[in-house]
Write a protein that binds this ligand. Structure first.
Ligand SMILES: [Zn+2]
Length: 85
């Protein structure tokens, strides 16, 4: 699944992005805001994902006028091998 299209997610959906996917080198996942329905990226520079798929810090929607914020859990999360970077 290297041709994931973040733009086609339904509100509240997300898709984990492997490194090889488009945006995968800069984002853990693509998600669609359940409030404003904007396609968004869960940026590696901002967030971390623990072994169980729990995202920290909590996500918040960057769109103007949208105040969605909450805890995000990547249910299908497959941890990337750590070390050997
Ligand atoms: Zn939003």
């Amino acid at each position: 699944m290297t041709d994931v299209d973040v733009e086609e997610l339904s509100p509240g959906e997300y898709v984990s992005l492997p490194r090889a996917a488009e945006y995968g080198d800069m984002a853990w996942a693509g998600w669609c805001c359940p409030s404003c329905h904007e396609p968004l990226l869960l940026l590696r520079a901002v967030h971390d994902v623990d072994y169980d798929g729990v995202v920290s810090p909590n996500v918040s929607c960057p769109e103007q006028g949208c105040d969605f914020a909450g805890r995000m859990l990547l249910g299908d999360w497959v941890p990337e091998p750590r070390g050997h970077a």
